[in-house]
Design a protein around this ligand. Structure first.
Ligand SMILES: [Zn+2]
Ligand SMILES: [Zn+2]
Length: 111
């Protein structure tokens, strides 16, 4: 039995369901990185329904940073750790420098 099999799981939670509806860039036992359905930016999601401690967050964010560096390259990016829609399940976005949505998002340029 792994440590993660005993963690909280909320069947109503979109992030817990972890459906492959967009491009996935990375996954392991702890987390996954995929394009956000709304923003189209890379987003990291912890597998557990909850909040990791600061040390774990720093380690997890390295996966997101790797994907973001590949996506945005020299233009740069910023890590947005604010959880607006699902505050109780840890996730973070990597957004293009100076922007909020990825150019691939329908919402790009509207905000
Ligand atoms: Zn998003
Ligand atoms: Zn959840």
């Amino acid at each position: 039995m792994t440590a993660l099999s005993s963690v909280e799981h909320d069947p109503e939670c979109l992030l817990c369901r972890a459906e492959h509806v967009t491009t996935w860039h990375f996954e392991d036992r702890e987390c996954w990185v995929a394009d956000c359905l709304v923003c189209a930016t890379p987003m990291i999601v912890w597998r557990a329904h909850g909040l990791p401690n600061a040390e774990e967050q720093a380690r997890l964010l390295r996966h997101l940073e790797r994907v973001a560096a590949e996506r945005y390259g020299e233009d740069g990016y910023w890590i947005d750790a604010v959880r607006r829609r699902i505050p109780d399940h840890w996730h973070a976005h990597a957004r293009p420098a100076g922007g909020f949505f990825d150019p691939a998002s329908e919402l790009f340029g509207r905000f």
